[in-house]
Write a protein that binds this ligand. Sequence first.
Ligand SMILES: Cc1ncc(COP(=O)(O)O)c(C=O)c1O
Length: 390
Amino acid sequence: MTLKLSNRSDIPVFRVLDILRIVNERIAQGEDIIHLDAGQPSDGAPQPALEYGAKILKSGTGLGYTEAMGMPLLRDRIALHYKQHYGIDLPHERIAVTMGASGGFILSFLTVFDAGDRVALAAPGYPAYRNILRTIDITPVEIPAGPETNYQPTVEHLEALEEPIDGLIIASPSNPCGTIIPPDELEKLCAWCDKNGVRLIADEIYHGVTFDEPAETVLRYTENAVIAQSFSKYFAMTGWRLGWLVLPEDVAPRLKALAESLFVAPPTLAQHIAYKTFDHFDVLDGYVARYKANLDILKAELPKAGITKLSDTKGAFYLYADIGNLTNDSERFCRDMLDEAKVSATPGLDFDLERGHQTMRISFAGKTEDIREACRRIQEWRAKKTSNYR
Ligand SMILES: Cc1ncc(COP(=O)(O)O)c(C=O)c1O
């Protein structure tokens, strides 16, 4: 007898997490592999913030449930960040602390979309958007975006859609491309969404991790967007599972009710630590300077290995490489690179089901000496290659 399994849970695996698990097992068995796969900083939260958390742990107090939308202290601190960083006033009632940006997606998608709605998003893109949407019976409408628009969606793309959409997800800087939507384009996208009654979800998780200009927030151009943010990337707190949402006024009370029933509250110790990280931008900016140094090395060295078509990365810690000149099978390419060069990257199929067999994502959130060594290994490996995977 076969017992019931939901259709909604029948979604593709998140390949990068599988790769991460396999590579970590191999490293534990003694293999010398360099990670260019995982999208996580190699350093953690600033030490003083962790020490503050340790003090709270020792005291054994202040560790119960917080409010469903998060500790008022932390929400105030986040609001102050918007004032200091973007010059934007934000009441803390419009901020919800969530279990990572991931928890924020679940809450906000459930709050603003209904089953059967259509939500547009760029391909290549972060795969969880598509998977979460499918799981709650929302149709992802993928917009194939290429280097000509920096792999970002534009108003022209939206105008060309054959059927109306209910929502649009954007990410700037993006995963997997690290590209930024310039302020004038961002303004146009916001205006288009407002004019057409389309709910905009802006994933601003990589804000702070930018290399030239800071990324602009959609909050500058619209009051109607949901913004997803996180302590995982700039704040280097991936494992603490904490993020936040900035919500339109009408969305906040509905989302609060859902948050109460779905999660009760976000993790308390993580909230205390996150609160303190705002005092240590010097440490976090130091991490960003390292990512930039890593990016410069990759941009100089990868072309010497024939990996020449790289995204115009201006933020996050990813380069997206079109390796169509080397392979039609990026999974095999990455597997061989792992086995033979001992460097692990992510094949593009996670991010783009149609064209990802010719692309790969390289994450450079690790240590600079590892990035240098990875480049040396990839160059040596490519120089030995006689077949080109075609
Ligand atoms: C674009 C993007 N959004 C969201 C997430 C999930 O972040 P969190 O750890 O805050 O759940 C990631 C993680 O890699 C990401 O790249």
